[in-house]
Design a protein around this ligand. Sequence first.
Ligand SMILES: *[C@@H]1O[C@H](CO)[C@@H](O)[C@H](O)[C@H]1NC(C)=O
Ligand SMILES: *[C@@H]1O[C@H](CO)[C@@H](O)[C@H](O)[C@H]1NC(C)=O
Ligand SMILES: *[C@@H]1O[C@H](CO)[C@@H](O)[C@H](O)[C@H]1NC(C)=O
Ligand SMILES: *[C@@H]1O[C@H](CO)[C@@H](O)[C@H](O)[C@H]1NC(C)=O
Ligand SMILES: *[C@@H]1O[C@H](CO)[C@@H](O)[C@H](O)[C@H]1NC(C)=O
Length: 429
Amino acid sequence: MFHFQFNYLIILTVIYGNQAIDYRYHNYTEMTSILQDLAAQYPTKASLVEIGKSQGGKSLWAMALSSYAPNRHVLLRPEVKYIANMHGNEVVGLEVLLYLVDYLLTSNDTQANQLMNRTRIWIMPSMNPDGLEQSSVGDCTSNTGRYNLNNIDLNRNFPDYYGAALQSSTRAPETSAIMSWLAKVPFVLSANYHGGAFVINTPYDRYYVGSDSASDDDDIYQMIARSYINLTQEVNENCLSEFIDTAFVTRGADWYEVIGGMQDYGYLNYGTIELTMEISCCKYPGGNLLASYWNYNRDAMLQHLFQAQRGVKGLILNEYSKPIPSTQVMIDNRQPVVNVTPLGEFWRILLPGTYTLKVLYQSNTIYSRQIKIGNSLSPLNLTIIISSTVYLPYSLMTTQALSSTGVTPENSQNLLLYLCSLFFISFSC
Ligand SMILES: *[C@@H]1O[C@H](CO)[C@@H](O)[C@H](O)[C@H]1NC(C)=O
Ligand SMILES: *[C@@H]1O[C@H](CO)[C@@H](O)[C@H](O)[C@H]1NC(C)=O
Ligand SMILES: *[C@@H]1O[C@H](CO)[C@@H](O)[C@H](O)[C@H]1NC(C)=O
Ligand SMILES: *[C@@H]1O[C@H](CO)[C@@H](O)[C@H](O)[C@H]1NC(C)=O
Ligand SMILES: *[C@@H]1O[C@H](CO)[C@@H](O)[C@H](O)[C@H]1NC(C)=O
């Protein structure tokens, strides 16, 4: 399955040989120009955003792509993100993401067009442009260029879910930039491109409880990871023995434990399905291999982007068609739960099956129903209406009153507040 398919390669290179970007390495300046030129050329489909700045003052670019309104969130349109080059010396991901931006904008491929119609796809080809500048082609294994300019490993720099100490107590500007981006955009699905191995790495990256590395969504992670690996292969076969027994998929912690990784941060805090794609045995292989890396990742990337369409999505509103603040969606008893957005939206990637969907309001279950998910790449679309008389009492009662009596406000002051809130909601919320 992993042998070099030479004929296939030649044909693909000819077919896609007319694309605007040539298959060679691009430095930060060139990458910036390519993104700026594409954004200028396709203003209705691409919007280039500076997410923050690197330690060395370089813009951290993310290109938002969609066939309509790429510059804003559209109600119920899922958001996905791809990031590469967080270790500045792992460079293949940067190039394949650059080619992907070009492909999504210029190709007449039906799958690419469907993805552009249904999703907003964010692509950040380089999260560590300062490290990139210190790295050199042909360096397969060293750590030169891995870190940011302040010598921080960005994949050890995200707050640990339980507050464990990190390698560095300084938060890098690159890390802060990603953290505020994640707080603003409700990402459903994510991939982070690395190099130096050939494996798809899924949560958890650290052992949170005992020695079990599996998250509650391990079924989803296994399926999505295997769908990716089944469509790709390594071009430069010098590390393939490493993950042969697990068929090139591993949970992070079972490989080696990482505290402060970006993958667990995004998953645990936002419920985003986060994968790490290690796509090249060599961290910075010869540029002559880039066309093959693109050919062996393109279809895998496209089908992966479609996974954001699995499961359930919808709106949770009150009887006045307004979003309910502080709500979350929980599937069976799975952690993490996902936050409902300020517009009342939620998304949850799920495999086919029957589940219980619960709506939590300040951690109380205020709604519950069965859902049946089919094997389809168009999600179940629900609109759930929950009356304010159901959830408001929870916000007004003391914990003690809540646990003893359920939903009825007990003291007169709370009752007054409760009635006022109903009045207020109906006129001005
Ligand atoms: C980036 O590449 C271009 C084209 O090869 C070159 O002219 C430029 O000097 C390079 N910039 C840096 C900072 O290396
Ligand atoms: C897509 O573009 C290619 C090359 O530009 C062309 O050969 C092909 O016929 C096009 N396909 C469709 C379905 O338009
Ligand atoms: C994308 O959406 C446009 C506009 O609604 C439609 O004309 C086109 O057929 C869609 N393309 C695909 C591949 O679904
Ligand atoms: C991946 O390929 C293996 C071996 O061919 C197959 O058993 C498995 O069902 C495939 N998995 C997915 C998710 O495509
Ligand atoms: C989903 O449901 C909402 C509310 O009923 C509706 O506005 C929307 O068009 C539906 N479809 C999709 C694809 O979001």
